[in-house]
Design a protein around this ligand. Sequence first.
Ligand code: URA
Ligand code: SF4
Length: 184
Amino acid sequence: MFETWEELEASIIGCKKCKLCNNRNNIVFGTGNKNARIMFIGEGPGADEDKEGIPFVGKAGKLMNMAFDGIGINREEVYIANIVKCRPPSNRNPEDDEAAICLDYLRNQVRLVKPKIIVLLGSVALKNILGKEYGITATRGKWIEKKGILYMPTWHPAALLRDDSKKIEFWQDLKQVVKRDREF
Ligand code: URA
Ligand code: SF4
């Protein structure tokens, strides 16, 4: 564990700890407020993120930004990162070994940000952070507290692009997050 952002950011430069290093253009480390009360965790970079080096800038990200605008979440005020920092080929899910290795960086990010709330975007984030026994369909919209952090699992924004009915639930889940955050 690194105690400063400078050390952590320096440690990931040129990372070759897993095979996802082979096809990436950019490491997508994370973005936003390093002292955020709310953190969002996605799955891994897609093509647009890989090109720009910033999480959630593609189609799913644009949809998430629209929800943020509607609900009153300022993207600059929260911190956004992914389970894996390099794009999986053809946007496949990260494999267990890749996620396990890359999670060290994310854990360190969480340690430095010290968020009160973590929003888990989709099944990959949920299972890698809280455990394989959790399923997104049963768990979404429900608070789970662990070690002083409140977790809110919800749909991955890309799922909203495929299924309109999930938009309402996503919206409701983020509303809960904003409401809880105001109570702190
Ligand atoms: N999907 C993710 O899980 N993360 C991104 O950064 C972009 C799309
Ligand atoms: Fe390193 Fe993570 Fe990229 Fe794998 S995905 S090469 S562990 S930064």
